[in-house]
Design a protein. Structure first.
Ligand code: FES
Length: 573
């Protein structure tokens, strides 16, 4: 055993000759592991979010075997452990409510166990930020592997994208241009393989963020889930994490301010989800990198989108991979990036992308001829959102980016569902729909309900977009002129709570302004009459609403910001 090996934290469990060492080794040996596995070789914890309830991660039992293969090949000892899995399609009231809970599970599972390095298996939307946040709080050598996107959806000869197709076709059913039978048939045609949503939704966005941050091997973001090269990447990642432990290549050496700046710029270039804003802010908070909502606008709002992918464009993730994937796209914007940023393979980002070929300029456009100009996320401020709100101009209708309209207010999602298709609802396409009480505290969990469906009577006129404003989030697969993450939220008495039917609202995205045209005196009177909604009385939800931060800070729990490292001085018995 070398001195270097003796320094591994797992040896504080497995390297002791006394009764404690006996306990730790003996119970592990029960699974058949031979004694030499405890000789000081790196112990790699593989954090697995497999669950039958998280269908996007349904193939992780296969992927984990390739990771283990790679770890063994490199002389490490792999130990897989499960953590809470967050399935976007099933979890009520919203998977986002449990992102922070899952991150605590990850953090404590890593810290409390004999683990020297970590492999994160991530896929469905919230599994990626939850695992990255939890691991960052421990700051061990860590490598990310995404599950990869599903194959393209195919319906009656057309490509259809997960999420995006649902929003579009459900509006068609409501407008009477698609039958219920066709709609039901599309269910089996849209999601037809393992993997996460194959549009540039939150899962694809966050997989791209992991790669842009340097936290995965190159190509991680786009290899389809069922492509053999996904398994190969898992095996290579298993080999690599062993060396990362030997080199003590901890997360803080990779997730620097420059790495986050790269990720924000890449998010603009891929037309990424607005959800990346809250997730990256929360991740930065855990690793100790100063990052603000304003950084998103300052760094990247003027950058072009180069990727012609749904929901902003035409193609899907499978096409992106065949066109060259994220390395090819990052090469196009290399002059905007910190190419000296270190990545998990020990090379710089610049070294990883310098020879990346692009095979399809219709999918990944050239920087000089971008798919969409100035497409980054814009941060709005004004008396309606004193701490900020966000909008994705690339998914908006250009004619609505500067708009003044009459507010049509919904107090919550129940109110919205009850009245949206009421013929007596006083609404037309020039109105601005306002949805309250869907923020972190209000929903609770800041659900993806900000992309409110349009009123039937507006849809029937052939209108496909209206300005919508809320304290909610929006699925990354959705589109429209949708102002999100209004902070402070309505449920804690933010100005959004005070908007009434008939108020005039001004949206001016070029000027970054969101203004409620009501006098300060009138707003003060309304505030006096405002009553806070009741809060949950027990369980995790009580803890959550008492401690969750507002969207502009990343919606993490206040006591989780910062990191605790991985030291645990006390023995278990
Ligand atoms: Fe899992 Fe879309 S539902 S990524």
């Amino acid at each position: 055993m070398t001195d270097k090996k003796n320094k591994l934290r797992s040896q504080a469990w497995f390297g002791k000759p006394d009764k404690d060492g006996f306990l730790h080794r003996s119970w592990t040996k029960a699974a058949g592991h031979p004694h030499d596995q405890f000789d000081g070789r790196p112990v790699i914890g593989i954090c697995n979010t497999f669950s039958d309830l998280t269908s996007c991660n349904s193939h992780f039992r296969t992927i984990v075997e390739y990771v283990k293969r790679g770890v063994y090949e490199a002389g490490g000892f792999p130990l897989e452990f499960p953590v809470m899995s967050l399935g976007e399609a099933q979890l009520r009231p919203t998977a986002m409510l449990f992102r922070n809970l899952a991150s605590m599970d990850v953090e404590e599972s890593i810290r409390g166990n004999p683990i020297d390095g970590v492999v994160l298996l991530m896929g469905c939307d919230k599994t990626t930020p939850a695992l990255m946040m939890g691991a960052a709080s421990c700051n061990l050598p860590t490598i990310g592997i995404s599950g990869g996107p599903m194959l393209n959806g195919k319906f009656r000869g057309q490509d259809i994208g997960s999420g995006t197709g649902v929003w579009m076709m459900s509006e068609m059913v409501r407008a009477g241009t698609m039958s219920q039978e066709e709609f039901t048939e599309a269910e089996s045609c849209m999601n037809r393989s393992h993997g996460h949503c194959m549009t540039m939704g939150t899962a694809s966005t966050m997989a791209s963020m992991v790669e842009a941050l340097g936290m995965s091997l190159p190509e991680n973001a786009a290899i389809p889930a069922v492509d053999g090269r996904r398994n190969r990447l898992a095996q290579f990642s298993g080999r690599r994490i062993v060396q990362m432990v030997k080199d003590n290549l901890t997360m803080d050496k990779i997730m620097t301010r420059h790495a986050f700046e790269n990720a924000i710029k890449v998010n603009a270039a891929i037309g990424g989800s607005t959800n990346a804003v809250v997730h990256l802010l929360a991740m930065a908070g855990r690793i100790g990198v100063p990052l603000t909502l304003k950084d998103w606008d300052d760094l990247a709002s003027e950058l072009p989108c180069l990727l012609n992918l749904q929901p902003s464009g035409k193609y899907l993730m499978e096409d992106f991979y065949y066109a060259g994937g994220l390395p090819a796209l990052m090469k196009e914007i290399a002059h905007e990036l910190h190419t000296d940023a270190l990545t998990v393979n020990g090379k710089t980002l610049g070294e990883n992308i310098k020879d990346a070929p692009c095979y399809n300029r219709d999918v990944i456009t050239a920087y000089e001829q971008p798919f969409k100009p100035a497409a980054g996320i814009a941060v709005l401020k004004g008396n309606l959102a004193p701490d900020g709100a966000v909008i994705k101009p690339s998914a908006s209708s250009p004619h609505l980016l500067k708009h003044r309209g009459r507010a049509v207010v919904f107090e919550d999602t129940e109110d919205f569902r009850a009245r949206i298709d009421d013929d007596n609802l006083d609404v037309d396409e020039n109105c601005i729909m306002v949805l309250k009480n869907c923020g972190p505290v209000g929903y609770p969990g800041m659900a993806e309900v900000g992309n409110m469906a349009l009123p039937k009577k507006v849809l029937k006129k052939g209108i496909t977009d209206m300005v919508r404003i809320s304290d909610a989030r929006m699925s990354g697969t959705a589109y429209g002129t949708v102002v999100l993450h209004v902070s402070p939220e309505a449920s804690i008495g933010g100005p959004l709570a005070l908007v009434q039917n008939g108020d005039m609202i001004e949206l001016d995205v070029p000027a970054r302004r969101l203004h409620l045209d009501v006098s300060d005196a009138e707003l003060a009177t309304r505030k006096l009459n405002w009553k806070a909604p009741e809060k949950p009385e027990r369980g995790y939800v009580k803890l959550y609403v008492e401690h969750v931060q507002q969207a502009h800070l990343g919606a993490d729990l206040d006591f989780l910001v910062g990191a605790s490292g991985a030291d645990v001085p006390r023995e278990s018995h």
